[in-house]
Design a protein around this ligand. Structure first.
Ligand SMILES: Nc1ncnc2c1ncn2[C@@H]1O[C@H](COP(=O)(O)OP(=O)(O)OP(=O)(O)O)[C@@H](O)[C@H]1O
Ligand SMILES: [Mg+2]
Length: 362
């Protein structure tokens, strides 16, 4: 998959900007705060429907403007794709696919596919389970619209169940309404779990090898699914877990078990890298996770997604940098950096100088 054209309008620091990337390595070079990451964020938005930095659409709208939009054209094996996301300051976001208004937000997914590796990824390894669920959710949503919709159903049912718990605390007569939410939550939860288990198994299988390459064969990486519901991935197991947690949940007024409490364990040499890994090991593990995501996507899609590397070169030692660059063959890549020396011999196809929210081809 290759992006052939990108257009940002009132997106973050950009008034209006257009770029025609090459099929190989594209470099965005500029000082801090000039707008390099903003470009990757715009591309990522078209892949996942989300920003990697904010949950608020309005943060993405240029200050003082009343909307932001990003339009991308891409070539895939099956032909040309065009997507456009418009974020108005007021009202709902709009998505157009090949110029046609989409009725559901999930229709955006699967047209432009990409993997982003950014400094925030260290949080996937270091922070709490929510970050790792986000990793899996974003990766799976791009691959399977069914997952994205199941996640929406799950989150809606979870919110309703939590609200119902509060209602019951005041009016116990409403107890019976909990059954309905348990059923919906269990159904969507079981779907999420089955997808997560299968995906994490695939990820783990490729990550072991990817990681050995990057860590010079010195370390063994494992990724394991730690589901919140341990009795099984099916609807019945989820229902029983919810029912079993009811008493506690009614006291705490929140749902204590289910897919929203899943975790993913990342082990280096058999030890949890979150607790025992050095800073460098954690960083390498985070990079391996992303490159593995890229590999799994290629396996599923039958072609490489594009790769975005935000500010990563400067954080890797020269050996790991070279390993990373050797991975880029045949993959459309976007690299941001402040110093061209950080590119470690990558064959640059096109480069832009980013200054004050403007791009100039270099
Ligand atoms: N909604 C917005 N409207 C206008 N400008 C914005 C908006 N959001 C962020 N900015 C500006 O964008 C700039 C940050 O851009 P970006 O994060 O892309 O920088 P960068 O080139 O990646 O920098 P670094 O090298 O430090 O990572 C900041 O100067 C900020 O003021
Ligand atoms: Mg940046």
């Amino acid at each position: 998959m290759k992006i052939t054209h990108a257009e940002l309008t009132h997106f973050r620091s950009y008034e209006a900007c257009e770029l025609a990337p090459c099929e190989g390595v594209n470099v965005l070079l500029g000082d801090n705060g000039q707008g390099k990451t903003n470009v990757l964020e715009a591309l990522y938005l078209c892949c996942t429907g989300r920003s990697h930095r904010t949950r608020q659409d309005r943060d993405l709208i240029r200050w003082g403007a009343d909307f932001a939009s990003v339009r991308l054209e891409a070539e895939r094996r099956d032909g040309s794709h065009e997507v456009e996301v418009t974020l108005p300051a007021l009202g709902r976001r709009r998505i157009r696919i090949a110029g046609q208004e989409a009725s559901r937000s999930g229709e955006l997914l699967g047209h432009v596919t990409g993997v982003l590796f950014s400094p925030e990824d260290l949080r996937t390894v270091k922070d709490g389970p929510a970050e790792r669920r986000r990793f899996v959710d974003m990766a799976l949503s791009q691959l399977r619209p069914a997952y994205y919709y199941a996640l929406q159903r799950y989150n809606r049912a979870l919110k309703q169940r939590n609200e119902t718990l509060k209602v019951i605390a005041a009016q116990p007569a409403f107890m019976a309404t909990l059954d309905a939410w348990d059923e919906q939550l269990a159904a969507a939860g079981a779907e999420l779990m089955a997808h997560r288990r299968a995906y994490i198994e695939k990820l783990c299988a490729v990550a072991a090898e990817t990681h050995q390459g990057i860590a010079d064969g010195r370390e063994r990486l494992e990724i394991r699914y730690l589901p919140s519901v341990t009795m099984g991935d099916d609807v019945q197991a989820n229902l029983e877990a919810l029912f079993g947690a009811r008493e506690t949940d009614l006291k705490r007024l929140t749902t204590s078990v289910g897919a929203h409490r899943d975790d993913v364990q990342i082990l280096v040499e058999g030890r949890d890298v979150r607790a025992f890994g050095s800073q460098g090991q954690q960083r390498t593990a985070a990079l391996s996770m992303r490159l593995s995501e890229l590999d799994v996507m290629r396996g599923e899609l039958g072609e490489w997604p594009m790769l975005m590397l935000d500010d990563v070169m400067s954080e890797l030692d020269p050996g790991r940098r070279r390993q990373l660059v050797s991975h880029l063959q045949g993959i459309q890549t976007f690299i941001t950096c402040t110093d061209a020396d950080d590119l470690a011999g990558a064959e640059v196809g096109r480069a832009w100088k980013v200054e004050n929210g403007e791009l100039r081809e270099a």
